[in-house]
Ligand binder design. Structure first.
Ligand SMILES: CC/C=C\CC(=O)SCCNC(=O)CCNC(=O)[C@H](O)C(C)(C)COP(=O)(O)OP(=O)(O)OC[C@H]1O[C@@H](n2cnc3c(N)ncnc32)[C@H](O)[C@@H]1OP(=O)(O)O
Length: 716
């Protein structure tokens, strides 16, 4: 709703009230329409201020309403009515003015903001465009270049930047409502024509800026509809009168609204919030578990991951003891880390935190910290050694975390004096940049330890997801069948390029083989060696541990082709460290020889089969994970894939995508592929998938409840 009050001196104050962010629900829109009418009719009122309750102007349209039929007054005429008022109307912006919230402010004649306010048009991130006139008013106010940037990236900007761009008329450190009231009193009676943005001319696109932007946007966000529609709306603003521009805006918005992509992106928005409210099968959650405050931490091992973790911690203001026992590595890290910290702080617009990192080669130096993150090589015996040492040097009560990407947390906990204080904190490279953190709880991890790791993740700006302790946890466990299928497809006749192109066309920033070259083929090789699947003494067959196995990646790695770092992998590069992947005749000859050796006849494989085999195998493992209670719900898996594995956000995440494709279809295709490849257990449809199909394929939002019920009745 919106409340109305008349302040002394003939100013009407309209306050939006819809906690927590004053989203423009039907009730709020009705409230605005009614109160604006009231202000218009009241002869004693000479000017109007619109503000939001509880320090937040407005977080935009109410996203929850998008799923149902449109009720209440529509936004566009509501904003037009405000713009048409013949008394000055000012938006008093505190907290946020985002999406429809900023569009509402653009309909006001003046905009005054608090210096800490954030403004933006993030609709593109929800699969939409600023469809309440924002795509037409903003370029009229700040020009095409700046409007293009804000609308196609959806980024939030500070009040200072908004003032510089011309979005705001005034910024204040004081009470913003008081300032806005004073402002409108001052301007009351002045002509308003030039303040009505819809009546101003839009600058023309003289340098084909928008054509160039369209090419860039299509390249950058492969397959995503909203960024393209945003540019089209700006093209309309630049070339058509306002009314026709608005018609185009509405037409584009309708197309986007009805697209699966908008639903996927809105689901992704809510998933991110759902996973923050973690809960464990034991019933532990934020409601009953308190996080410990952490001000001093240590990181053990200063390879690529360890360095990134040090930077991520330091950026939060935590003092970090960075330990590396190899002198050469320590010397390199103590040069590299401060530079990384400075770069990352600059990228985030922060001052470099002074002197919070100390470097050491001595493990004894961690004795005073409250939390340790071990980031040594992915080798269980080495990690056990580190944990034994830590438990003897750290003071009682220190949280011991491992950055393992898939090893058994419980085994590590078992060698410590307080197994309850051991959790996994699985970062993704580069750890100071990537948003995802898997917080891995073992059977003995205490709720307090999980809460502390989740809270620390939040402080570092991560999307932290609590996951159970199983080989590979959630992300890498699902990656295994995906990678496996990609290798099998090579055996059957595909090339690395064909596989990568199909996946990149789907929307992944990089296909599986390009990704493997980037991370290094030795990484996977070592994990397979640890699992007893490859290495000296393992027989070179295509069946290992009772299932089909492809030795292809082992052989490429053993040929010294480790990927980008050696200039050769599944592709060739200009040299070691090269970034541009080119097809390599060596790989094609190697694949032909391999197929001949194993009597495999190459066949032509369609992109559809590539996608089905890779993605459905991965999705199937997601169902197994839910069935095993290693993830609390499909949102957790989807957040992991969107934030950590490059799953295209406009496809929501693997589990959401399964629902979009249709669970019946996924089941049928898995059955088909499993029938053709009975020696591949990952293609055998999971029991949970079968159960969901049997009960009529409920929407993804209902799975959590279904799984819990099935578990109670021991159906899973
Ligand atoms: C016709 C088309 C015209 C307009 C289209 C639009 O306006 S689309 C909406 C554009 N707005 C946005 O994209 C803003 C989305 N919200 C945010 O970015 C953040 O929530 C915000 C406002 C920066 C606040 O962040 P904070 O970290 O403080 O809180 P949190 O994100 O956890 O949100 C708190 C709860 O509010 C819910 N929520 C936030 N925004 C909206 C919204 N626009 N509609 C509905 N609900 C919203 C959010 O889900 C949280 O709910 P909870 O139940 O507590 O999880």
């Amino acid at each position: 709703m919106a409340t109305y009050s008349r302040l002394p001196g003939s100013v009407a104050l309209i306050t939006l009230q819809n906690p927590p962010v004053n989203a423009l629900s039907a009730a709020v829109r009705q409230g605005i329409v009614d109160t604006v009418q009231r202000a218009l009719k009241d002869p004693k009122v000479t000017s109007v201020v619109i503000c939001g309750q509880n320090g937040k102007f407005c977080g935009g349209a109410d996203i929850r309403e998008f799923a149902g039929p449109m009720l209440g007054p529509p936004l566009v005429p509501m904003i037009h009515a405000i713009e048409a008022v013949d008394k000055p109307v000012a938006a008093a912006i505190e907290g946020v003015a985002l999406g429809g919230g900023l569009e509402l402010a653009l309909g006001c004649h003046y905009r005054i903001a608090h210096s800490k306010a954030l403004l933006g048009l993030p609709e593109v991130t929800l699969g939409l465009l600023p469809g309440a006139g924002g795509s037409q008013r903003l370029p009229r106010l700040i020009g095409l270049t700046a409007a293009l940037d804000l609308i196609t990236t959806g980024r939030h900007i500070s009040a200072a930047e908004a003032l510089k761009l011309g979005i705001l008329d005034q910024v204040t450190d004081n009470n913003v409502v008081d300032q806005a009231v004073e402002f409108v009193r001052r301007v009351a009676g002045q002509p308003l024509d030039s303040r009505r943005l819809s009546t101003l001319p839009c600058p023309p696109d003289v340098d084909s800026l928008l054509d160039k932007a369209m090419v860039k946007v299509r390249q950058r966000s492969r397959g995503a509809l909203a960024p393209v529609a945003c540019v089209q709306a700006l093209m309309a603003a630049a070339s058509l009168p306002y009314t026709q521009g608005m018609e185009k805006e509405r037409e584009l918005l309708t197309t986007l609204f009805n697209s699966g992509q908008a639903r996927a992106l809105q689901y992704a928005f809510f998933s991110q919030r759902v996973v923050g409210k973690w809960s464990l099968p034991s019933g532990a959650s934020w409601d009953n578990s308190a996080a410990r405050p952490i001000s001093k931490a240590a990181v053990i091992g200063l390879g690529t991951m360890g360095r990134g973790i040090v930077v991520a911690l330091a950026l939060t203001g935590i003092s970090v003891v960075a330990v590396e026992t190899q002198e050469k590595q320590l010397a390199e890290a103590s040069q590299a880390v401060p530079a990384m910290l400075q770069r990352e702080a600059g990228r985030r617009g922060l001052a470099t935190p002074p002197g919070v990192i100390s470097f050491s080669s001595n493990l004894q130096d961690v004795s005073e910290v409250e939390l340790v993150i071990e980031a040594v090589f992915e080798d269980m015996s080495l990690k056990l050694q580190v944990f034994r040492h830590l438990t003897s040097v750290c003071r009682p009560g220190t949280l011991l975390c491992s950055n393992t990407s898939g090893l058994d947390i419980d085994q590590l906990a078992a060698v410590t004096q307080s197994p309850g204080l051991v959790v996994g904190m699985h970062f993704f490279a580069p750890a100071h940049v990537m948003k995802l953190l898997e917080v891995v709880y073992g059977p003995r991890s205490s709720p307090e330890a999980v809460a502390t790791a989740m809270q620390l993740g939040k402080r570092m700006g991560k999307v932290s997801v609590a996951v159970g302790n199983c080989p590979g946890f959630v992300g890498n466990r699902m990656l295994k069948p995906y990678l496996e299928q990609a290798n099998f497809l090579l055996e059957e006749g595909a090339t690395p390029q064909q596989v990568d192109e199909a996946l990149e066309e789907f929307g992944f920033p990089m296909g599986v083989f390009r990704m493997s070259d980037l991370s290094g083929l030795d990484v996977g090789w070592r994990i397979r060696k640890e699992a007893g699947l490859t290495g000296p003494g393992v027989e070179s067959t295509r069946t290992r541990q009772g299932r089909r196995y492809s030795p292809l990646p082992d052989q490429v790695c053993e040929a010294g082709r480790l990927g980008q770092k050696t200039g050769r992998g599944w592709y060739q590069y200009d040299g070691p460290g090269g970034r541009v992947a080119r097809s390599d005749p060596w790989v094609h000859i190697f694949l032909e020889a391999y197929r001949a050796e194993h009597d495999l006849v190459a066949r032509s494989i369609a992109p559809e089969e590539i996608l089905e085999r890779c993605l459905y195998a991965l999705i199937n493992e997601g169902f197994n994970i839910l069935q095993d209670a290693m993830a609390a719900g499909p949102e957790d898996i989807d957040a992991i894939y969107v934030f950590g594995y490059g799953w295209p956000r406009h496809h929501g995440g693997p589990m959401f995508h399964a629902g979009q494709v249709g669970l019946g279809r996924i089941l049928e295709r898995l059955q088909h592929h499993h029938h053709n490849h009975p020696d591949v257990p990952h293609l055998k449809p999971s029991t949970l998938l079968r159960r969901l199909v049997a009960v009529g394929s409920p929407p993804v939002q209902k799975w959590r409840e279904f799984i819990n019920k099935e578990r109670v009745h021991s159906q899973l």
